[in-house]
Ligand binder design. Structure first.
Ligand code: SF4
Length: 382
């Protein structure tokens, strides 16, 4: 968030105050009761959430848990951390509240040090590696749910995948770097027909897909599993593929309720869910129930669904798998979010590759007499 075009973090408190945490907890409790929701996930994100310190994290989790417990709603806590501060003591604290977590790591030392350095420009790699070793020996190692890695085309894809897989993460997730049509990501020129651009990200991911697909059970891969799910007619579990929904909000440290913070890569104010005529929504003044009827929320929900896509996407043969890509990646000043993703050509190539590999793998199944009519019906209606 420190590098996005929206720099609103500069005007916000570094940490969430107790009053804001309580207002958030009450607001959430009212909403789960009125909407009859029996499970919510509260994800601690940053910056780096462990910088908040042990007491703040304990107080935060206690407040949320105690306020929601009376509503018979299960609260699951999760966290995304760079791992640098993880210690056995932190593992005890996280275990007390069953806070599962992902570690942000882009690959081996070279890969990590390209982007993940401290404020003085020093490498954080040794601390992360120490934390990963500590995790492997920890009695609470089950809290570790995997790696979140941002693709850097300068890293060797298979070496990156194998390095991360050797830590036996339950799940690996590769993210496309932030980028829009106005600020294209590395390796993509931007402008012109995006459906016909080079495909460096698909070319980076495909060897990893092939290795992963040919060695089932090694680790979960969120991007690939989602593509397979939607290609087989299931629902997408992420906002970057398939037909999605608006089901995640960000609570900023001052209590502002916003869309996911990756919108900050699009334009200044892009995560805002407010209207020009009203003060922006905030946990102190806006109930979550009320927010679901705000026009911007309805519009963001529509953008996540196939019906909210531009004409090029709705007519694209890969639309069910691709879903137009992650909404912020569609942004241009000229057309707003009404564009194919800046990663369009990559998404098309990757979806087509996964579809082909899946088809080849399912071929023997399609030839079984009892299965044939079921599968043919599925494909025909798809
Ligand atoms: S659905 Fe995906 S692949 Fe198809 S045009 Fe849109 S962004 Fe491109």
């Amino acid at each position: 968030m420190y590098h996005h075009v929206d720099q609103s973090w500069r005007d916000r408190p570094r940490f969430m105050s107790d009053e804001t945490v309580k207002a958030f907890a009450r607001n959430l409790a009212d909403y789960v009761m009125s909407a009859k929701i029996d499970e919510v996930t509260v994800l601690l994100h940053g910056g780096e959430p462990l910088l908040a310190g042990e007491q703040r994290i304990i107080q935060f989790c206690n407040t949320i848990r105690q306020t929601l417990e009376s509503q018979a709603t299960t609260v699951e806590f999760a966290m995304q951390t760079n791992g640098v501060l993880l210690t056995p003591r932190w593992m005890e604290v996280l275990n007390e509240f069953n806070v599962t977590f992902g570690v942000s790591l882009d690959g081996n030392r070279t890969a990590n040090d390209r982007h993940r350095v401290d404020h003085a420009g020093g490498s954080s790699y040794e601390e992360v590696e120490r934390a990963l070793q500590m995790l492997q020996a920890s009695p609470h190692g089950h809290l570790f749910r995997g790696f979140l890695s941002v693709i850097d085309l300068d890293n060797d894809p298979l070496a990156t995948y194998r390095y991360l897989a050797q830590w036996k993460p339950p799940r690996l997730d590769f993210l496309f770097p932030e980028g829009t049509h106005d600020r294209p990501p590395p390796g993509i020129k931007g402008g012109g027909d995006v459906t016909r651009q080079p495909t460096p990200y698909a070319d980076w991911l495909i060897p990893i897909f092939d290795e992963w697909f040919n060695n089932p059970g090694e680790t979960g891969m969120r991007l690939f599993e989602n593509l397979i799910d939607v290609l087989l007619g299931g629902r997408s579990q992420t906002d970057g593929t398939g037909d999605g929904s608006f089901n995640l909000v960000t609570i900023e440290t001052d209590g502002a309720i916003e869309d996911v913070d990756l919108y900050k890569a699009a334009y200044v104010g892009a995560p805002s869910l407010g209207l020009p005529s009203q003060p922006p929504p905030n946990v102190f003044s806006t109930s979550f129930a009320e927010l679901t009827s705000w026009p911007n929320v309805i519009e963001r929900h529509r953008l996540n669904m196939i019906e909210g896509l531009c004409r090029t996407c709705t007519q694209c043969p890969a639309v069910q798998a691709c879903g137009g890509g992650f909404v912020p990646h569609r942004w241009s000043l000229a057309n707003g979010f009404s564009n194919p993703s800046v990663y369009c050509a990559d998404l098309y190539k990757l979806s087509a590759h996964v579809n082909h590999k899946l088809g080849m793998a399912l071929k023997p199944l399609l030839e079984i007499d009892q299965v044939k009519p079921l599968v043919q019906t599925k494909y025909a209606s798809g």
